[in-house]
Design a binder for this molecule. Structure first.
Ligand code: PMP
Length: 342
């Protein structure tokens, strides 16, 4: 009989699927790594597992301990499902702008959710950051993973995501594209793929391309508001190593959301907005390769990582009224690949 003893044993090992419709006219092979097939529905299951196991090993997290993290979504789900098996309590702090649905998902996994006002300064005692710091001080046995600084985040991708891509492409991957939030995914996966391909005679080193919402610091902005969730920052997290990516591509909300909708309709991939953003970056890269060198473009194998599912965005990206209220529907509807590619 083949079975796992707990759902958390099934983290990782996600498949690659070739994109075939949104890639019309492009010679490169573009493969999506489908992270919503992780048991908690996102790539964050990987970092949750590794951060918890490392904290147990170092003694920071002891039996009966409590995990306290400011998180509104994917990381909370990953932490909650691993914590459940190991008997830890979870307390997550979410700003009130986070939808009730998302908070309910965390509660459904048995986590406690503390809601803080969005419209206060970071140093206000009621802020998301202040409240989580206070809870860590006040709860005995509390441990805060701090995904923005925890080096086990990138390490989990170095140990799992990178090797999976290398092995599933038989070492033929030429480019890796991922959105940048904490930076853990691109740092860990990118580092592994660069090292694995260093000195590769024919195809050269794997090129690492970050995708970032227009306005975020990674692509030279100041953190101007954007609507795509989970990616972009207004500060530089230490989980991100800026030496890993060769380049960062900025993508607008309108293009990210239009592509997210196309992935569902044309590829059968119901994924989140940061996935649409990463795919836009991958398609622009493929177009540029083709313009520069048609022979190299035909050999290119571009792997683009899709972090989560579209289920969490039904009232936003997949809701016409919401899209129209931001003017995205007119921009997005009927947009051809050529327009998204510029
Ligand atoms: N997309 C989504 C939906 C996310 O939740 C995250 C994580 N913040 C990312 C992309 C970016 O991943 P990373 O934090 O590893 O850079």
């Amino acid at each position: 009989m083949k079975f796992a003893s707990h759902i958390s044993e099934l983290v990782g090992g996600t498949p690659l699927v070739r994109l075939s419709s949104v890639t019309d006219g492009l010679a490169a092979t573009i493969l999506a790594k489908v992270e919503y097939l992780n048991p908690g529905g996102s790539a964050k299951d990987r970092i949750a597992l590794k951060m918890i196991e490392a904290a147990e090993a170092s003694g920071e997290l002891r039996p009966g301990g409590t995990i306290v993290e400011p998180t509104s979504g994917n990381t909370g789900v990953g932490l909650a499902l691993v914590a459940q098996r190991k008997g830890y309590r979870c307390v997550f702090v979410c700003p009130d702008k986070v939808s009730a649905d998302k908070r309910d998902v965390l509660r459904a996994y048995g986590a406690e959710v503390v809601v803080t006002p969005t419209s206060v300064a970071p140093d206000d005692p009621e802020s998301y950051y202040s409240v989580s710091d206070r809870l860590v001080r006040e709860i005995p046995g509390a441990w805060k993973p701090n995904q923005y600084a925890n080096q086990n985040g990138p390490a989990s991708h170095y140990e799992s995501t990178g090797p999976e891509i290398w092995s599933d492409t038989d070492g033929l991957v030429t480019h890796f594209v991922a959105g940048v939030g904490t930076g853990g995914t691109i740092t860990g996966t990118g580092r592994f793929l660069r090292e694995a391909s260093a000195g590769r005679a024919d195809l050269g080193e794997v090129r690492i391309v970050g995708a970032d919402p227009e306005g975020s610091v990674y692509s030279g902005g100041t953190g101007r508001p954007y609507l795509v969730e989970g990616v972009g920052e207004d500060f530089w997290p230490t989980a991100y190593d800026p030496a890993v990516p060769h380049e960062i591509v900025a993508v607008s909300d309108a293009d990210s959301f239009a592509m997210t909708r196309r992935l569902a309709r044309e590829e059968g991939l119901l994924v989140g907005g940061s996935c649409g953003m990463a795919v836009v970056a991958a398609l622009r890269l493929a177009r540029r390769l083709q313009d520069e060198d048609a022979v190299a473009a035909a050999r290119a194998v571009i792997v683009v990582l899709l972090p989560d599912s579209g289920r969490g965005y039904m009232s936003k990206i997949f809701n016409d009224a919401w899209m129209r209220s931001y003017g995205f529907l007119d921009a997005g509807e009927g947009v051809t690949a050529g327009e998204i590619l510029r």
